[in-house]
Structures are given as structure tokens and as C-alpha cells.
Design a protein around this ligand. Structure first.
Ligand code: ZN
Length: 332
């Protein structure tokens, strides 16, 4: 027993002494195994996820979260505003453009009577604009500068906007314009109407009343209303008109019969895109009976209100086409 213990001591001493020797490690001497119960190195605490502690009050929510929670819901956008005619969408009867009257007083027929209450508006679509052609933008005036126009371009937005303006009694000097309703005894005997845009031969005219076609001229169509007996005259209509538009043909109120053009004659496109509209008949005007061309302005105002009543947004002015689709008017 003593010999075995002595041998073990000798081996142990030899082993300790060999560890201090220089030389390669013994390949059959495995490294000491890591004990399973050795303490793991502590993991660094995550800054994003602090360890919750039961005896601490939870941290308040971050300011970003508060802002999101308290931000009010975006407001519901309001529905698109529907257009409505402005309160001053038309001038009063007889209020002509300054400087456009025969006697340079710019006063026409001021009687507010509606002389053709049976008619509907003679253009198919709103918007439409009652105003002077030769004294509107792009107009050349009258009588070689004695009544000058403003110049400019026909497609100027001011020509296709409100307010309307009466131009019955506008200056005219030739015998075919004789009338006892206007100062000076000769005048423009109708109302000029521009359609929605200055595009030629696009916009339709419609029969103001049911009745029949009494005349088809080189650039004109006349319709007689069966109920009122009034004759409605249209000038500067696009030619040719539809085949059914012939003298004597019946027509129904609202029926489209011709398109608005810039024809000044059968061979000249020297006016603006518009219709010259007249009403002929017998009616009391300013307290006296007149037979012939009557002032149509108030009848147009009333019938236009009827046209846009169902859809006021349809009366909103629209953008005009480029200059090359409109012509600059020239009076002969
Ligand atoms: Zn005219």
C-alpha cells in the first residue's frame, strides 16, 4: 500500500514538472472540459426593452404615441360647391353698354314686361350669354370708328361670362333697322346671344315654341309659335340646316333645328359665333301697342332662368378654346 502511494506521488511530481517544459503539447492531452455549471456571462441589458419591474410604475407612453392618439381625424372634405347664378347675373332692360346706342345715350327699352312668356330659351345648353357682338371683346364697333369697339379677341372670357346686357336699340343707321321703339328711329332690333363657347357650328338652337318654320334664308330661320303667334327670327345660323328644316315644316318646342355660326352672309364668316335673335309680333311696350320687332331681352332672361332651374351648375361659364377657333368680327 505504501509502495502504491509512493508511485502515485512520483507520477504526480513528474506530471507537474513536465508542464513547465518547452515543446509541443501532447496531442493525447485534452483541454479541461468547461464545467456545465459555470456562470454564463451576463447579457447586456437591452436599451429598447427594459426589464419590467412589478414594483415600479410603468413608463408613460412616448410623446409620439400621445400625438398619434390625440390627433383629430382629418375633416371630411366638403362636397363640391354647385354653381349658382350670381344675383347680378343680368343687367336691367334698356341698360346698353356705354357708347353703344344710336344716339350715344346707351338707353334702350326699359319696360320690364315679358312679351313672349310662352317661349323657352332658344339655345339648347347653358351657359349662354346675351351681350353685344360689335361692342364686346373682339368687336370692331360701328361706322368706321364713330362708335369704336374695344378690340381684343372674340374668345376673351369676358364675352362668355355674366352679367348679361341688353343690346336691343344698339346703334344701327341703315333703313332696314328702322324701329319706333328706340331713340333715333333706327337701331339693332334684336338681342345677340353667344353660346357656351365660341366654337363654330357646334351649339344647337332650339324652337322657342311649338309651331312651324315660316322661312329658311341664306343664313336665317324663322319660326312662328302656334300658341302666341309670335315670329322668332334667328340670324347667323350654320348652313346647311338639317333636311327637315323647310318652310312650312312643323316644329316642336325644344326641337334642335340649326347650329350657331359665325356666318355674316352665305359666303362670309366675318361675324362672331353668335345668334341674332328677334321676336316679332304685336304687344304693349312702354304703354303703347307696337307691331314689329319687339324687345326680347326680358323674355330671354325669364326663359334662361327656366333652363337653368333644373341644374343651376350648368350655367357656370367654361374655358374658351384657343384663338384660332374664333374669328375677329368685321362689319362690312
Ligand atoms: Zn345682332
Amino acid at each position: 500500500m505504501i509502495q502504491l502511494r509512493t508511485l502515485a506521488v512520483v507520477i504526480a511530481v513528474f506530471a507537474v514538472a513536465s508542464c513547465g517544459r518547452e515543446g509541443p503539447p501532447r496531442p493525447d492531452f485534452p483541454p479541461a472540459p468547461v464545467e456545465d455549471n459555470a456562470p454564463e456571462p451576463a447579457e447586456p441589458a437591452s436599451p429598447e426593452e427594459p426589464e419590467p419591474s412589478e414594483d415600479e410604475t410603468p413608463p408613460p407612453p412616448s410623446p409620439v404615441e400621445e400625438e398619434i392618439e390625440e390627433e383629430p381625424a382629418p375633416p371630411t372634405p366638403p362636397p363640391p360647391a354647385l354653381y349658382e347664378l350670381p344675383s347680378d347675373w343680368h343687367g336691367v332692360p334698356g341698360s346698353l353698354l356705354p357708347g353703344s346706342s344710336t344716339v350715344k345715350e346707351s338707353t334702350g327699352v326699359t319696360d320690364p314686361s315679358v312679351i313672349a312668356p310662352e317661349m323657352i330659351f332658344p339655345m339648347q345648353e347653358a351657359p349662354a350669354f346675351a351681350n353685344s357682338q360689335i361692342f364686346g371683346q373682339g368687336g370692331g364697333g360701328y361706322a368706321s370708328g364713330q362708335w369704336p369697339g374695344p378690340g381684343g379677341s372674340e374668345n376673351d372670357p369676358r364675352n362668355f361670362d355674366y352679367p348679361w346686357r341688353d343690346n336691343f336699340c344698339e346703334v344701327r343707321l341703315d333703313a332696314k333697322h328702322a324701329t319706333d321703339l328706340c331713340p333715333g328711329g333706327k337701331a339693332h332690333k334684336g338681342q345677340d346671344l353667344r353660346p357656351k363657347t365660341c366654337e363654330n357650328a357646334v351649339h344647337w338652337l332650339v324652337a322657342p315654341e311649338s309651331g312651324w318654320i315660316s322661312h329658311v334664308g341664306s343664313i336665317s330661320v324663322n319660326i312662328i309659335g302656334a300658341e302666341s303667334g309670335m315670329k322668332y327670327k334667328f340670324l347667323h345660323v350654320q348652313m346647311p340646316v338639317p333636311d327637315w328644316v323647310r318652310t312650312g315644316a312643323p316644329v316642336t318646342q325644344g326641337q334642335a333645328f340649326a347650329r350657331v355660326s359665325d356666318l355674316l352672309s352665305a359666303s362670309s364668316r366675318a361675324t362672331t359665333v353668335h345668334t341674332h335673335f328677334e321676336i316679332h309680333g304685336a304687344a304693349d311696350v312702354d304703354g303703347a301697342l307696337h307691331n314689329g320687332a319687339l324687345p326680347p331681352y326680358t323674355s330671354l332672361v325669364e326663359s334662361y332662368l327656366d333652363l337653368v332651374d333644373a341644374d343651376p351648375s350648368a350655367a357656370e361659364p367654361v374655358a374658351q378654346p384657343s384663338q384660332d377657333k374664333c374669328l375677329t368680327p368685321q362689319l362690312p
